[in-house]
Design a protein around this ligand. Structure first.
Ligand SMILES: [Zn+2]
Length: 518
C-alpha cells in the first residue's frame, strides 16, 4: 500500500513548524525561520533551523536534518509510512494510496480494526469494574503496595470478574502507536495458577514486539536521555509514581527481538537495564545483551546495567525509601558489567578456565568499533586474566598487536548516503565551473537532496536570472560568503574557484549512475 505521489507532495509541502509544535517541540522565531531543539545530537541550545517555505530542517551543529518526514521519523522513532500518517492527521491531509489492496489485505485490516474496537470496549468494562464497590478488596491490593489512585487512573487499571482474566487486576497494554491491544492480568487469589497472565497472541497482540509503557516511557526518555528497562509492569508504575517516568518493561519473557530494539533506538540511544537483584535478573540481563550486544559493539546504542542489592526489585527499593535514581545514574556499561561478573568467579589458578574466559572476552572486545574503547577494554581484561602487572602488560601487548593486524584487513564501504552526497557536491561544482555543460546537467541538479546544496541551487538559479551578474565561481563564492554560517561551512570547500576540476565524460557517467539510482 504505497502512498500516492500527490499525497506525499502534500505532506512534504505542509508546514514543518506546526508539526514540531504538535509533537511537543518548542519553537523560537528567527526572521522567516524557526529554531528548535535538534533531535540528532544532544542539544542544549536550540540548533535546528526550520524553514517552512523550503520544507526542511537543518542543524548547524551536527549538520543533520531533512524534510518533514525525516523529522517525524526521528522524533517518534517511526518508519516513513507511520510518519506520513502522523503528518496527515496533524494537517488534516487525506492520505491516498496507489494500488488497490488485495482482498486479503483488506480483510486483514477489517479484522484488526474489529479486534481493536473489541479491546477498547472490554477495557471500558474493566475500568468500571475497578471503580465498583465489589472491587474494593482488590483495590486494597493496589493501595497496599502504596500505589495511588492517580497512578491507577494514568495506567487505566481495571478489574475482571469473569472470562479470560477472571479475578485479575488488569493492566492495559498499548503498542508503540499508542493503540490499546490487550492486557496483563495480575492474580488476586493465592490459588490462581499464574501470578501474571497476558492476552493471547493475536493479529494485534504480538508479545515479543510489545514494550509496556512504550509511548509514555519513550517520550520521557527523550527528555531524560535514557530508557530504563525493568522486569515488572508494577515496577514501571511504581517508578512513574516516584517521578522516574522513562521506564518500560518487556511484555514477553526474555529479550525483545532485534527489530523492536531498533525501533526504540531510533528515539533513544542509551538503554539502562534495571532488573531484579537476583539470579533471574542477571539471566534477563544476559539475554538482553545477547540480542542487543551487537548493536552496542557497533556503537549504535549504549547499554548500562544496574545491580540492585539483596534480591530487591525496583519497586521494593522505592518502597524502602531508597533513591533508585542513584543506582541508575551509577550503572556501569554492559562490558564492564560482564567483565566484572566473570572476574568475580574467575579462579586464576585454573588455566583452562582462564583460556575460556579470555576467548569469550576477545569475542566481545574485538567487535567494538571504537578503537579507544577497544584499547581500554583490552587493558582491563588483561589485568583480570593476569596474575601480575607484568603479565597483564604482556597479554595486552600481544592482544593489541593481533587486533591491529586484523583491523588492517577490514575495509568499511561508504554508506549510500555518503556516496550520494559526494556525487551531488561534485555535480554542483561542475555546474558552477563549466557553463557549457549547464543545460545538460540541469535535470540532474534538480534532483539533489542535500539541504545545503538545495539552498545553493536556489541561489544559482537566482544568479542566472540576473542580467547584471554572470554566474562564475567567483560570483558564487560571493553569494556563499554572505550565507548563514551552517551553509557557509559546507559550501566554501565546494566551490574553490582556482582549483581545476575533473569533468571528463567518465566522471559525468559515474555521477549520473549514482544520482539516477536515487
Ligand atoms: Zn544537531
Amino acid at each position: 500500500m504505497a502512498i500516492t505521489q500527490a499525497s506525499l507532495q502534500a505532506i512534504k509541502a505542509a508546514p514543518l513548524s506546526t508539526v514540531v509544535e504538535a509533537l511537543g517541540g518548542k519553537l523560537k522565531r528567527v526572521g522567516h525561520e524557526f529554531v528548535t531543539q535538534c533531535l540528532w545530537h544532544e542539544d542544549t541550545n536550540p540548533s535546528l533551523t526550520i524553514n517552512d517555505q523550503k520544507g526542511f530542517c537543518f542543524c548547524h551543529v551536527c549538520r543533520e536534518g531533512g524534510d518533514i518526514l525525516d523529522y517525524v521519523q526521528k522524533r517518534n522513532g517511526m518508519n516513513m509510512r507511520d510518519a506520513a500518517e502522523v503528518v496527515a492527521s496533524i494537517h488534516g491531509i487525506v492520505l491516498e494510496t496507489n494500488d488497490e489492496d488485495s482482498e486479503q489485505a483488506k480483510l486483514r485490516r477489517i479484522e484488526i480494526s474489529k479486534n481493536l474496537a473489541k479491546v477498547e470496549k472490554t477495557q471500558e468494562i474493566f475500568r468500571n469494574n475497578w471503580k465498583s464497590p465489589e472491587a474494593e478488596p482488590f483495590r486494597a491490593i493496589w493501595t497496599g503496595r502504596f500505589l495511588t489512585t492517580e497512578a491507577s487512573r494514568e495506567f487505566e487499571i481495571g478489574y475482571s470478574f469473569s472470562g479470560e482474566f477472571a479475578s485479575r487486576i488488569t493492566i492495559p497494554i498499548r503498542d508503540y502507536k499508542g493503540r490499546l491491544v490487550g492486557w496483563t492480568g495480575r492474580a488476586t487469589k493465592k490459588d490462581q495458577l499464574a501470578k501474571y497472565k497476558n492476552s493471547a497472541d493475536s493479529n494485534i497482540f504480538h508479545k515479543k514486539m510489545l514494550i509496556f509503557n512504550e509511548p509514555r516511557g519513550l517520550e520521557a526518555a527523550r527528555e531524560a536521555g535514557c530508557l530504563v528497562f525493568v522486569e515488572g509492569h508494577l515496577d514501571v508504575i511504581s517508578m512513574w509514581q516516584a517521578g522516574i517516568r522513562n521506564a518500560v518493561a518487556m511484555q514477553g519473557t526474555g529479550a525483545p527481538d532485534a527489530s523492536t530494539l531498533k525501533r526504540l533506538a531510533r528515539s533513544v540511544k542509551n538503554f539502562v537495564l534495571c532488573f531484579d537483584g537476583d539470579a533471574g535478573g542477571q539471566k534477563a540481563a544476559e539475554q538482553f545483551i545477547s540480542v542487543a550486544g551487537p548493536m552496542a559493539s557497533a556503537g549504535d546504542i549504549n547499554i548500562n546495567i544496574v545491580t540492585l542489592p539483596d534480591g530487591k526489585d525496583p519497586d521494593e527499593i522505592i518502597r524502602d525509601g531508597e533513591d533508585l535514581y542513584s543506582y541508575i545514574a551509577a550503572a556501569p556499561s554492559w562490558l564492564d558489567w560482564i567483565i566484572d561478573t566473570w572476574a568475580s568467579s574467575l579462579d586464576k589458578e585454573n588455566a583452562s578456565m582462564i583460556t575460556e574466559v579470555e576467548r569469550r572476552l576477545r569475542q566481545l572486545i574485538d567487535k567494538l568499533q571504537s578503537k579507544a574503547l577497544r584499547a581500554h577494554y583490552i587493558d582491563k581484561a588483561s589485568r583480570i586474566l593476569a596474575k601480575s602487572d607484568k603479565e597483564a602488560e604482556k597479554i595486552s601487548k600481544q592482544w593489541g598487536n593481533s587486533e591491529i593486524q586484523q583491523k588492517a584487513k577490514t575495509w568499511t564501504p561508504r554508506s549510500p548516503h555518503d556516496v550520494r552526497l559526494a556525487a551531488e557536491r561534485r555535480l554542483i561544482r561542475i555546474y558552477i565551473h563549466r557553463p557549457e555543460k549547464r543545460e545538460e546537467l540541469r535535470p540532474l541538479v534538480e534532483n539533489i537532496s542535500n539541504p545545503a546544496l538545495i539552498w545553493l541551487w536556489e541561489r544559482l538559479k537566482d544568479l542566472e536570472g540576473l542580467s547584471t551578474i554572470d554566474l562564475t565561481p567567483h560570483s558564487v563564492m560571493a553569494v556563499v560568503a554572505v550565507s548563514e554560517p551552517h551553509y557557509m561551512q559546507q559550501l566554501r570547500t565546494l566551490i574553490r574557484p582556482n582549483v581545476p576540476i575533473d569533468d571528463d565524460e567518465g566522471v559525468l557517467l559515474h555521477l549520473r549512475g549514482i544520482l539516477d539510482a536515487g
